[in-house]
Ligand binder design. Structure first.
Ligand code: GRF
Length: 203
């Protein structure tokens, strides 16, 4: 019988990487029974790659190709290959600013999750904290969801509400949401693993 191994996470992001840091820290401190196997980014200078290096984790920039909002075909194949090579069990999108399409999702069926800074299905897409503020909603939040081919349309896994208060700006709302994200994302990954919705494949 093969020794039981931890769920291997492949984290993909385009930005500063604060969600990644929360996940990597939870793994390191033993609060999350998983390990980050690889970190990928479509932005060579992204903070997420620098943070990954700081944790001593494998991290790579992979050129996304010629499109602005998605990966081109060869880039998609390169992302899939890197995740497979790292034997990733769960793909964790953390601020990845591109839409993933058929081939990528077919390579990891039911194994790609994302965190979105709003209470979906309200305010999908970009700058959702600003959309919420501009609409005058009093309660927004963040959502962890499975990724499908739509924009922030996959089935919801977990949500947490965050209030919008008098005097808030887009920046203060975003920061308040991000503080909650950094707790909710590692917690939700842990719950998926505990429930057996995500499993480590045989070593
Ligand atoms: C988060 O607010 C997340 O909800 C959104 O992108 C942001 C990423 O932030 N999808 P960070 O790079 O993890 O700091």
């Amino acid at each position: 019988m093969s020794a039981e191994r931890k769920v291997r996470l492949g984290v993909i992001g385009s930005g500063k990487g604060s969600n990644f840091v929360a996940i990597a820290q939870a793994c390191r401190e033993g609060n999350l029974s998983a390990e980050v196997a690889v970190v990928l980014s479509d932005v060579a200078e992204a903070g997420i790659l620098k943070h990954a290096a700081g944790f001593g984790l494998a991290a790579r920039f992979i050129d996304p190709g010629k499109f602005r909002t998605k990966l081109d075909e060869s880039a998609e194949a390169a992302y899939v290959a890197a995740l497979r090579e790292a034997r990733v069990d769960l793909v964790v999108l953390a601020g990845f600013m591109r839409i993933l399409k058929g081939t990528f999702l077919a390579a990891f069926p039911g194994r790609v999750i994302n965190i979105h800074p709003a209470l979906l299905p309200s305010f999908p897409g970009l700058a959702s904290w600003k959309q919420a503020l501009d609409h005058g909603v009093k309660m927004t939040g963040c959502t962890v969801h499975w990724v499908d081919q739509g924009i922030d349309t996959g089935r919801i896994i977990a949500q947490q509400a965050v209030p919008i208060v008098e005097g808030d700006t887009a920046e203060t709302v975003h920061e308040r949401i991000q503080q909650v994200e950094r707790v909710l994302y590692p917690q939700t990954i842990g719950e998926l693993i505990r429930k057996g919705a995500v499993k480590a494949s045989a070593a």
